[in-house]
Write a protein that binds this ligand. Sequence first.
Ligand SMILES: *Cc1c(COP(=O)(O)O)cnc(C)c1O
Length: 359
Amino acid sequence: MSRVYNFSAGPAMLPEKVLETAAAEMLDYKGTGESVMEMSHRSKEYQAIIDETEALLREIMSIPDNYKVLFLQGGASTQFAMIPLNLMTGSGKADFVITGQWANKAYQEAARYGDAKAVASSKDKTFSYIPEIDKNECRADADYFHICLNNTIYGTKWAELPEVSVPLVADMSSCILSEPVDVSKFAMIYAGAQKNMGPAGLTVVIIRDDMIGHAKDITPTMLNYQIHADNGSMYNTPPTYSIYILKLVLEWVKEMGGLEAMKAHNEKKAAIIYDFLDNSKLFKATVQGKDRSLMNIPFVTGNEELDAKFVSEAKKAGFINLKGHRSVGGMRASVYNAMPIEGCEKLVAFMKKFEEENS
Ligand SMILES: *Cc1c(COP(=O)(O)O)cnc(C)c1O
């Protein structure tokens, strides 16, 4: 068996320990004689799995008791509609910061259901920075203020949260569990699982109790947070296997020392790559300074042919999915929690060699 280093932006690497446990439990989960995949979601064995997953997430993220944890489907993209349907129901207004394609999609979808306003954008420089917010642009009567905390495609992250007086809603798809966050600063957090939590098919929502129960009348039943909250995420069949893998990932995070330790681990990994980029004559990071993401690191050579050559040679050497997003080109190394330090060190050694051979 030979495993590659997968720098994909998602679905992404999972800790080897998680895959090994899943393999060991595949045919017979803890003496039940069945796989978790085959298990009734109404069984007491499965109820124990989902309860344990929620308890671990609450413990690891220090989620206060007045928040619900929901295990949903449809990806972060379904949240782009679900959020306005459920939350844009007071004044019908919501404010957005356009820090990239995902933030823009959230904004555009909300505009179908109410008065969505883009209060700031970094589109002028291909979303390579987090824009300043002019407080006068923000509406005091908005039902919520939406940000994308880590911008997967462009490699930027909010170093500090914006100071807003209305409920803060954040897309954390590509940074959840990468470092501690103060959940109480948010009215709602959501994340597709396939970056840092587990396999695709699961979307995690962490929502404050008072944000639930105000959905528009037209809201489809399946898109109503209240329905999922009242039914313990089991109104219908939840993504049972993905939730089980999340449980294994959370056990791994806890074993690694929790989110403070994950942060140190991720800062170390990102520093290995950024330090190299900042000293390279061939490669250059596209994001500078405090806005740099710990999870997604885009870089370029400035020459498209050379970029393509790099991506192809890297793949042959066992470093896969380094091609940048189709909208920005160049390269991108996504180094989520499960990427080991050794993967970053070996990538940098490979880049050094490529630089020597191509300059
Ligand atoms: C990947 C990603 C999405 C889209 O997630 P889906 O689960 O594919 O809908 C949205 N926002 C961010 C920040 C992402 O990284």
